[in-house]
Design a protein around this ligand. Structure first.
Ligand code: PAF
Length: 352
């Protein structure tokens, strides 16, 4: 199948390569979902690898019905970055939040200015740095509640259904809230604003959008993606550190003993979001947190798994992001800070 001509793009002939960075469980899940969708089309799919040399890799995927599929994936090694990255039309970044900026520092200079970048990770924050690093590329943000677990390096199992929300990072929307702040990842809205004005290419074309939405089950395009990301962040600030600290399944957080701390961290987040012009209704957000606790009751959260496997956690992009944004607005977030400190303390025990 050849992609239909995209009326919103200047050249549909350019829409030919999707690359995934980060072959963790979510990266491999997205690879599987996209390969089913792009199999018969002229779109090619590859994985950007950290290895020196390119190679073909057998991937195994087990779906929710325990049906196994295998693929031969093209892993693009550093030797071939210069040849492959300029041809990439959509770069889907599935590395952990704390790896996003370092990975894109290397990759962005090799991408064409027509490339589109999609960030798909837990937590928030890296988008502010990435927005300042772009060389004309558009930035789409996403969040997924799909569950996936690696069985081995190249075998991933889907563990849960969930919605995936995607949307354009509208640089104009945060012009007022961040233009006077000078922090490590302060966003330079004037620069991004003029880039956005200068080129209509800076939004994901319909053809690529349609590929994503048809490939990823229960995915939706959200005009207000930042609100969606804050909503997901509320789920993560409550579930992730508490399950890691108390070494429990998500479902255990329904116990009464966790109610006060869950309410406190979510109230702090709602206050910070409000200062960022994101309006979240506390009762609805708390309901959502408890719905996810119930729906994923048997799962271990990603932060629980990170701590158990002695990996760096995403705490800086989860509760740490709330604390960081709160500081900009002079808002106190002692409960989120306490969870950040606790997780950092756990990390120190194995990272020493
Ligand atoms: O990070 C995670 O584990 C997930 O985002 C969630 C929704 C908390 C379920 O475990």
């Amino acid at each position: 199948m050849t992609l239909a001509k995209d009326p919103t793009a200047t050249s549909s002939a350019r829409l030919k390569q999707i690359s995934i960075v980060g072959a963790g469980a979510i990266g491999q899940l997205i690879y599987h979902q996209l390969s089913s969708a792009v199999n018969a089309s002229s779109v090619s799919l590859n994985i950007i690898s950290r290895a020196q040399h390119s190679k073909q890799q057998k991937l195994t995927f087990t779906d929710l019905n325990n049906v196994e599929s295998t693929y031969i994936a093209e892993l693009v090694g550093q030797d071939d970055y210069g040849q492959q990255l300029p041809k990439t039309d959509l770069l889907i970044v599935c590395v952990k939040a704390y790896q996003v900026v370092a990975a894109l520092k290397i990759l962005i200079p090799m991408l064409s200015s027509h490339c589109h970048i999609l960030l798909l990770h837990n937590g928030m924050g890296p988008h502010l740095d990435v927005a300042n690093m772009l060389k004309g590329q558009s930035l789409t943000l996403g969040t997924t509640s799909q569950g996936a677990l690696k069985q081995s390096a190249w075998h991933t199992k889907q563990t849960g259904k969930g919605i995936t929300q995607l949307g354009t990072f509208n640089t104009e929307s945060i012009f007022n809230s961040q233009s006077t702040v000078n922090t490590k990842n302060a966003f330079h809205p004037q620069k991004a604003f003029s880039q956005q004005r200068a080129s209509k290419q800076r939004v994901l074309p319909e053809s690529l959008k349609n590929i994503l939405l048809s490939a990823i089950p229960h995915s939706q395009w959200c005009v207000d993606i930042l609100t969606m990301l804050w909503q997901k962040l509320a789920i993560n600030v409550a579930i992730n550190p508490l399950t890691a600290i108390h070494h429990c399944h998500n479902g255990q957080l329904a116990d009464e003993q966790y109610r006060d701390i869950i309410t406190a961290v979510v109230i702090e987040l709602v206050n910070v979001a409000k200062a960022e012009h994101i309006s979240l209704a506390l009762p609805a957000i708390l309901d959502k947190v408890y719905q996810v606790i119930a729906l994923t009751a048997a799962n271990y959260s990603s932060m629980h798994q990170d701590v158990q496997h002695q990996r760096t956690t995403e705490i800086d992009a989860i509760n740490g992001f709330v604390v960081q944004m709160a500081k900009r607005h002079g808002i106190a977030t002692p409960h989120n800070q306490q969870l950040v400190d606790h997780i950092k303390h756990l990390e120190l025990q194995y990272q020493r």
